[in-house]
Design a binder for this molecule. Sequence first.
Ligand SMILES: [Zn+2]
Length: 411
Amino acid sequence: MRRAAMRKRTLLIPDRVWTDGEIHRGWCVLVEGERLAAVSTRPSIGDVSDCETIALPGATLLPGLIDLHSHLFLHPYNETSWDDQVLKETEAYRTARAVRHAEATLLAGFTTLRDLGTEGAGYADVSLKRAIEDGIVKGPRLFVAGRAIVATGSYGPARRNYRTDCCFPQGALEASGVDEVVRAVRLEAAHGADWIKLYGDYRTGPNGETRPTFSQEEMNAAVATAHDLGRPVAVHAMTDEAMQRAARAGVQTIEHGYGGSRETFALMREKGVAFLPTLTVSEALSEYFRGYVPGESDPTESMQMAARGFRNARAEGVTIGCGSDVGPFPHGENARELAWMVRLGMTPAEALTAATTVNARILGRENELGKIEPGFLADLIAVAGDPAADIAVLKQVSLVMKNGAIVRAPI
Ligand SMILES: [Zn+2]
């Protein structure tokens, strides 16, 4: 019985299929169980009399989108400050919110996320991932990081802003010295982290300037330990120096990179380190704290830095994935990141490739995610119109399928 149910066949008939940078008109997609069985013109697919057929007139079918930098356990800072979320919201409350965030993300067409740290909510991401996999709640396929690892005193809530006679929670796990860093990586892996997330710099300068945190030795030890455990490493780095240390240590991805020089991006290319530009979060924080008004204001300094980093990365030919840092801005609005990539010079096809093929490769899952090809997992979305001509159509997702199951159906 179970086997028969798994073999359910569905034929999707859109106007076009977009996959791996190319548009194919008149293609249909046959889904069998949780995987794609055939992708071709209607006549060459063969007998489909046993299939459920879904017509998608006017629509483009594309692979489920992937966002490689999310925080499901955060909500926008114009609702509640980051400090108040970490200090005053219980893990149970934050998990209840995260369930809603995960569903909103999936319904918006993002079928896979790499969630880079619960920001003080412990290992609730590991449990959320399990609940999604068990079919208890709806959400994207998750790759999780548990607690991020930070150098002692190099994260928030900042001690200088609070009473010093009581201890209070931090948004990440603190470690100093090779022994502690190695221990921290092992703990995260043991608790179920798929990726190890490190903060390479933070606002620790005398006047709140961003400074490198982990030494090269600590960074090297963390990466070596993570790799021994089969875990790739993602590093938050805003400064050129922290990016250099991360690249030299052999991490897999560098997040943000707003202060990255051409030389550093060239080093990243040489070392095969991918870049996640997180352009949207810079816009969101500028709106909340710098009075930025989209469409009216000039870009803030932080937005200009983010744009410069992105352009330097492109000029040096670094692998650029799509990672938005959603959480500070509303879950389900992840596609804003692709719109920013296009605004700053990518073609829509390049941005879509970043959020599908490239991101799947960064995850090491390029053989089953990010493309519409036979044998791949049936993660599909349909949008009205042609996203390769106008990236804004990603806001109108009419169908979402994950693992061959329809989670959002056309009305
Ligand atoms: Zn982040």
